[in-house]
Design a protein around this ligand. Structure first.
Ligand SMILES: NC(=O)C1=CN([C@@H]2O[C@H](COP(=O)(O)OP(=O)(O)OC[C@H]3O[C@@H](n4cnc5c(N)ncnc54)[C@H](OP(=O)(O)O)[C@@H]3O)[C@@H](O)[C@H]2O)C=CC1
Ligand SMILES: C[C@H]1O[C@H](OP(=O)(O)OP(=O)(O)OC[C@H]2O[C@@H](n3cnc4c(=O)[nH]c(N)nc43)[C@H](O)[C@@H]2O)[C@@H](O)[C@@H](O)C1=O
Length: 318
């Protein structure tokens, strides 16, 4: 197959690209933002018509942590809606039959029953800090389902929990919690500081999945036989959760990062910053029933990510 990986320079797209290249079974097509801005409808349609991929992996998105989402809501909803509409409509127009869309666990209601099953979608109000991004992601799922229902395409969606790993964005304010804390604890140790401040109360709970597991799960879902996918999903509830099924509090995560980095000072909370959703634990039984589960434990993944951070220091994104 010829597979177009959109977002191949990102954390997840990069991991998917590495796994596809390692397997060597497919021809992979990529295009960086300077060649193809995915917000440009005409350019995306022309690219897909010219390249004629057999399958598309949509791992490109406007992505960021709680503060970035809360500060730039128009960018998060607008850019993601444009990218999704252009790539999904463009893929259909170019005759692409298989597509994998990456959503996010923030599609579920803020107070969803835990662990969150796929059928919790659209059952309650969303978390305000990321509602615009979540609405775009929900629209992406519904766009895929609508093409499948109206045109018989095979467009699938996976909903990742919070991800981390090599290639992450370590920006001090705009990143997600894991890379933010790795950087902050590392710099505090390096500079001999006595205290590290974490945002919010430290009580929210999050589930962390290593990006290599996410890439493996994405390709697993894309490769599932149509009858297996159909037997485990519903036409209007077709997305699949991807996670580990276990979570930690942000305070516990901070303790783990401090230990891995070797920081021995105090950890305090800045409660002027938002907590966001109190808990986001995925019910991963749908994917487990189809035969996939995560392999990389949190401590192992954190140690490996810190080693990668140390190797990249100075040349990081963000
Ligand atoms: N990271 C996480 O914790 C989670 C991520 N996800 C989802 O997984 C997917 C991948 O996320 P992740 O890898 O972390 O994000 P990254 O920010 O690491 O990667 C996103 C990629 O999309 C590309 N991109 C964004 N906008 C455009 C554009 N207009 N034109 C061309 N390329 C563009 C970026 O290009 P450039 O390099 O040029 O900026 C980048 O390569 C996304 O759909 C995200 O919503 C879901 C849940 C959690
Ligand atoms: C993946 C997911 O990512 C975002 O949602 P989030 O899960 O809330 O993500 P986060 O990683 O930014 O924060 C997790 C928790 O951690 C706390 N926290 C402490 N200290 C820092 C800190 O230094 N940085 C950050 N970012 N958070 C911190 C923070 O206050 C919060 O309680 C969405 O935008 C959403 O759209 C989405 O899909």
């Amino acid at each position: 197959m010829r597979i177009f990986v959109a977002g191949h320079r990102g954390m997840v797209g990069g991991a998917i690209l590495r796994q596809l290249e390692q397997a060597g079974a497919h021809e992979v097509i990529t295009a960086g933002r300077e060649r193809l801005d995915l917000r440009d409808q005409a350019a995306v349609h022309a690219f897909l018509k010219a390249e004629k991929p057999d399958a598309v992996v949509l791992a490109a998105a406007k992505v960021g942590g709680i503060l970035a989402n809360n500060s730039y809501p128009a960018d998060f909803i607008g850019e993601n809606l444009s990218i999704q509409l252009n790539v999904i409509q463009g893929a259909f127009a170019a005759g692409v039959e298989k597509l994998l869309f990456l959503g996010s666990s923030c599609i579920y209601p803020k107070m969803a029953e835990q662990p969150m099953r796929e059928d919790a979608l659209l059952t309650g109000p969303l978390e305000p800090t990321n509602e615009p991004y979540a609405i775009a992601k929900i629209a992406g799922i519904k766009l895929c389902e609508s093409y499948n229902r109206q045109h018989g395409t095979d467009y699938r969606s996976v909903m990742p929990t919070n991800l981390y790993g090599p290639g992450d964005n370590f920006h001090p304010e705009h990143s997600h919690v894991m890379p933010a804390l790795i950087r902050r604890f590392h710099e505090a140790k390096r500079d001999g500081l006595s205290e590290v401040v974490i945002w919010g109360t430290g009580t929210p709970r999050r589930e962390f999945l290593h990006v290599d597991d996410m890439a493996e799960a994405s390709l697993f879902v894309m490769d599932l036989a149509p009858e297996v996918y159909a037997a485990n999903t519903e036409p209007m509830l077709s997305h699949i959760n991807v996670g580990t099924g276990t979570d930690v509090s942000i305070r516990e995560l901070a303790g783990m990062v401090a230990e891995v980095v070797g920081f021995e000072g105090a950890i305090t909370c800045d409660t002027s910053k938002p907590d966001g959703t109190p808990r986001k634990l995925m019910d991963v039984s749908r994917l487990a029933a189809m035969g996939w589960r995560a392999r990389i434990g949190l401590e192992e993944g954190l140690r490996e990510t810190y080693a990668w951070f140390l190797a990249q220091e100075g040349a990081l994104r963000g």
